[in-house]
Design a protein around this ligand. Structure first.
Ligand code: HEC
Length: 183
């Protein structure tokens, strides 16, 4: 009796329901599946131009050292800097503050305070402004000990826009003005 109730319990376990042969019936149809080879040659026909979204292309980079060596492919023009500001205020300001000095509201609650990204180097013995663009880009890509990684939330290009904003605006701001800037 014990065995039978165990068997019934197993049958009713939702996780196991995937394993039954009929659970695939709806998927196993004669319809053509995404990227399935079709036609006489069996080769996948070429996608019509512009039918596949390209901004999602992954830029893979091994680690922060490799990222550091990357050249910034996005010119720091007005458009890029404006886009970077917009993204920085959504994704970074909560911790690093709108000024980039590390005085964001969420950052205040962290044990390891968000580092100052501007040219005033009061949070660590180095100056972020002395690092190459690829370092800032790489930090966003990999994240840090506390800082989350942004490789999924921001595309590679969007991360370069943020770099351009940090470089052109936050690191150019006079230290006093930056420190007094609104959060
Ligand atoms: C949850 C809070 C948080 C958010 C959000 C955040 N950071 Fe950070 N960031 C940190 C902390 C804390 C550090 C210190 C290092 C660590 O965590 O390893 C840091 C360090 C950095 C550094 C290294 C600075 C240096 O001088 O070495 C860079 C660059 C950086 N952050 C950029 C960004 C950018 C750009 C964004 C937005 C895309 C962002 N951070 C979002 C918390 C955050």
């Amino acid at each position: 009796m014990k065995k039978l109730s165990l068997a019934i319990a197993l049958l009713l376990t939702p996780a196991l329901a995937q394993a039954w042969p009929w659970s695939q019936d709806m998927a196993n149809q004669i319809s053509i599946k995404p990227q399935e080879p079709v036609g006489k040659t069996g080769a996948m026909s070429k996608f019509p131009a512009r039918s596949v979204p390209t901004p999602g292309t992954t830029v893979s980079v091994r680690d922060l050292d490799a990222a550091k060596k990357m050249a910034n492919p996005v010119p720091a023009n007005e458009r890029s800097v404006a886009q970077g500001k917009h993204l920085f205020e959504i994704y970074c300001a909560s911790c690093h503050g709108k000024s980039g000095t590390g005085d964001g509201y969420v950052g205040e609650k962290l044990t390891l305070k968000p580092w100052n990204l501007t040219s005033s180097n009061d949070s660590h013995p180095w100056n972020t402004a002395d690092y190459p663009d690829g370092y800032i880009w790489g930090y966003m890509t990999m994240g840090g000990a506390v800082m989350p990684a942004y490789a999924n939330d921001l595309t590679a290009t969007e991360r370069w826009h943020v770099v351009n904003y940090i470089r052109k605006v936050l690191q150019k701001a006079p230290a006093a003005a930056a420190a007094g800037a609104q959060k």
